[in-house]
Design a protein around this ligand. Structure first.
Ligand code: SAM
Length: 442
């Protein structure tokens, strides 16, 4: 018999749960709000922390709203639909500040400025989706998203945070004839969609654990790809991904415009997943200091973790030279092509890990280093090398506050001063926090 008890939520924590206590132990409960009393049931206890599920709300917070999505609570995509969007941003700001304080020891003594929040439109903002595919015992294919912390599929008809175009494609793929097409060709496990900035053209990547012996030029693949191009609204490029190889049909890549620049994004390359706030993030991450002086011939900017060059191209306008480093071969190829397509001869695109690049980098004191690592953060080995190179300013774009806090603590210890932290609420309804920290050398 699972333990059930009364729970009072104290605060929201990174991950989306509300934290409280029961008999001296920490309790985490999803879909609860600070100040609320709930009856909850223990789901799992790990490392002394009770993870409980809400059974009944005994006293609701005034901030609570009815979640508009019928899948909320089952689908693992959203955590905050029960909280008004403007309060979600405020809660994330508090979470970010608390994380910087707790893990980074960045608090009142070193830095206590406001964290400005840029809020995106709360719905239909995602330009990307990773639809999960499950083949049922009846031979039919179901599409949807996973439950939180699980590989159990929640079949989905529509998703309120996906762009209209992606929802139109999802609606089409839910038709029975598509179930037959997908089931007939291969055991796909995921369909990835990326829509362009106008939400008109879409690229699709189909992936799964395919039989390695199966020829890449098999008629089945091309037949399915042709049908995707012909029947799915807006789809202009289709790829079958097998291991590290891609077979592409239709246009070779998607073209995505942000500000003055247009980026080629190939299948398998990284691109930001929100349609809104991208120009604001790019401006904030690439501006300040030398950019005021027109093309200072000596000024050098490093763009580590550069992707397809989202920040590289605007940086090349304000700096004499930009060295952009990206380890993923497909993103790195797009990066080089994007710089070339814009005639930016002052960009050097380097296909390497940030660590390997910094190990051999001889020039001291670049004017700016833009860092935009994955969730794991920059990490100590590369960060030590970077601190030795001593960029005059660092702009750190982060999608994961705990690793940001860890890395900032190290940079502060190595003589950097934290100037500002801004929060870009790219992903309303979810717990995700995207932020930009700016530092200068002291
Ligand atoms: C969060 S994305 C940012 C990309 C780009 N700045 C943007 O905003 O579109 C992180 C990028 O870092 C790349 N990456 C991951 N580990 C890396 C490493 N150790 N060295 C260099 N690049 C890496 C990934 O392939 C990805 O393109």
């Amino acid at each position: 018999m699972p333990l059930s008890f009364e729970f009072t939520a104290r605060k929201l924590v990174y991950g989306g749960e509300a934290l409280g206590h029961y008999q001296g132990r920490v309790v985490l409960v999803p879909r609860a709000l600070p100040g609320e009393r709930l009856e909850v049931e223990e789901a799992l206890t790990a490392k002394g922390v009770i993870h409980a599920r809400p059974l009944r709300i005994l006293e609701a917070a005034p901030e609570r709203v009815e979640p508009p999505c019928p899948y909320f609570g089952r689908c693992g995509g959203c955590q905050y639909q029960h909280l008004r969007p403007e309060l979600q941003s405020a809660a994330k700001r508090e979470t970010l500040r608390e994380t910087l304080r707790r893990i980074g020891h960045i608090g009142t003594a070193t830095w206590d400025a406001e964290i400005p929040v840029y809020a995106a439109h709360p719905w239909n903002y995602r330009n990307q989706a990773q639809l999960k595919v499950a083949l049922q015992p009846d031979g039919k294919v179901r599409l949807g998203f996973f439950e939180a912390e699980s590989h159990r599929l929640v079949p989905i008809d529509a998703c309120l945070i996906l762009s209209p175009r992606l929802n139109a494609i999802l609606a089409e793929l839910r038709r029975p004839d598509w179930s037959e097409r997908l089931a007939g060709v291969a055991p796909f496990s995921e369909i990835e969609l990326l829509a362009d900035d106008r939400d008109e053209e879409v690229s699709i990547t189909l992936r799964g654990s395919f039989d390695r012996a199966r020829a890449f030029d098999d008629q089945g693949w091309s037949g399915l790809a042709e049908e995707c191009l012909r029947l799915l609204p807006g789809v202009t490029s289709v790829a079958i991904e097998r291991g590290r190889a891609f077979r592409v049909f239709g246009k070779p890549a998607l073209s995505y415009a942000v500000g003055d620049f247009r980026y080629q994004v190939s299948h398998g390359s990284f691109f930001q997943a929100s349609r809104f706030l991208l120009p604001e993030l790019v401006t904030a991450a690439t501006s300040g200091g030398v950019d005021a002086a027109p093309a200072n011939r000596d000024a050098l900017a490093l763009d580590l973790f550069a992707g397809v060059g989202l920040f590289t191209l605007p940086l090349a306008r304000g700096f004499g030279q930009v060295i952009a480093v990206e380890s993923n071969p497909r993103s790195a190829a797009d990066l080089a092509a994007n710089a070339q397509a814009h005639g930016l001869s002052n960009v050097r695109a380097v296909r390497q890990s940030a660590f390997d690049f910094l190990r051999r980098f001889a020039r001291a004191e670049p004017d700016l280093a833009v860092l935009d690592p994955p969730r794991a953060g920059v990490g100590m080995p590369a960060l030590k090398l970077l601190a030795g190179v001593r960029p005059q300013r660092i702009h750190y774009v982060s999608c994961h506050p705990p690793t940001l806090a860890r890395d900032l603590a190290y940079l502060v210890e190595r003589g950097y001063r934290l100037e500002s932290v801004e929060l870009f609420d790219f992903f309303p309804q979810t717990f995700h926090i995207e932020s930009l920290a700016r530092l200068t050398v002291t």
